[in-house]
Design a protein around this ligand. Structure first.
Ligand code: FAD
Length: 290
């Protein structure tokens, strides 16, 4: 089913997984994770495309497993930046063959050795969206509660978010954030710009202070001082840290739901155990309000 159609009827709970770097063993592991995620009744599961150096080739295979073997809706990420039209055509053909109906159309992370050859054909996510417009997919776009790192102002970024909606994005999924105020500001400013689509908050439990630098570098998300303090005080106790990180994510989710978020997208880092811990704490909330 189209995710925008689901969103018209209910709040969505979704998880994000990423393909293993390589190997059948890695694939079997992710299939096993997806099997476990079914228990938490997600409305869809998204699969990243090449993020963090992950293997691009297995993106369609994993999306197909989600949709055709496990019976959960799949949202396949697709990045235009590094791709030619031939690359995109071939992925789109495979997605169509596997009955995948939803694509999160992105530009993609710029590689470290960025040069002008990168983003030759699809400079921005909107270029990919325009290219896919006549294909029969529901398109989604990414958005950034604290603004995208390449934009000087949130307003500039919002103009491009509006362009994504005009190019066919039917809903948005946000970058990770740890201070809900950024999400509320994004939604409020987006509505003022006339953006009408659902904006689904993306939550990633932060379970170790070691992850703070990568969160800041990769996602640009700031960590509130209180939360950072909790992580640092207990930095040598992994069990306590996980507990604090999960509880903080649960607090964020409850606040988001109470203030009307249209769904929750959980970045679970391929760990079904994280999804389970959050689900168990919120089972009643999910069954009543989703
Ligand atoms: P764009 O929309 O192209 O935006 C990039 C920058 O350019 C922004 O600053 C934007 O404001 C600006 N911009 C946009 N349009 C224009 C224009 N016409 N003129 C001038 N400036 C413009 N990366 C991966 O590699 N694989 C993944 O699977 C993946 N999944 C993600 C999922 C989510 C929910 C999110 C939030 C991010 C994901 N990313 C992924 C990371 C993403 O690719 C990076 O954040 C990337 O830097 C920007 O992608 P975008 O689609 O938002 O690009």
């Amino acid at each position: 089913m189209r995710i925008d159609e689901i969103l018209k009827k209910k709040r969505t709970l979704s998880f994000e997984v990423f393909p293993p770097k390589k190997g059948q063993e890695g694939l079997d592991k992710i299939f096993n994770t997806i099997d476990k995620l079914k228990e938490f009744k997600p409305d869809y599961i998204s699969v990243t495309y090449g993020a963090g150096g992950a293997n691009r080739n297995s993106n369609v295979e994993i999306a197909s497993y989600i949709k055709n073997k496990v019976g959960i809706e799949a949202l396949a990420h697709l990045t235009g930046g590094p791709s030619s039209t031939l690359d995109v055509d071939s992925i789109v053909k495979r997605l169509r063959e596997e009955n995948i109906e939803n694509i999160l159309a992105l530009r993609g992370d710029k590689p470290k050795d960025y040069d002008l050859e990168y983003c030759k054909t699809f400079k921005h996510a909107t270029d990919l969206m325009h290219y896919l417009k006549d294909e029969d997919f529901t398109l989604a776009g990414a958005c950034y509660p604290e603004g995208h790192s390449e934009c000087d102002t949130l307003y500039e970024d919002l103009i491009h978010m509006k362009e994504k909606e005009l190019a066919g994005a039917k809903f948005f999924v946000t970058q990770v954030f740890y201070d809900n105020a950024y999400y509320y500001r994004l939604v409020s400013e987006a509505r003022k710009m006339g953006i009408k689509s659902a904006i689904i908050p993306g939550i990633m439990p932060l379970v170790s202070p070691k992850n703070i630098p990568s969160i800041k570098n990769m996602c640009g998300a700031s960590i509130p001082l209180d939360f950072r303090n909790m992580l640092e005080v207990y930095k040598d106790d992994p069990e306590l840290l996980e507990e604090f990180g999960i509880n903080y994510a649960v607090y964020q989710i409850e606040d988001l739901i109470a203030k009307g978020a249209p769904g929750i997208h959980l970045y679970i880092m391929n760990r079904a155990s994280i999804a389970k811990k959050i689900y168990e704490r919120l089972e009643h909330v999910f069954s009543k309000l989703f």
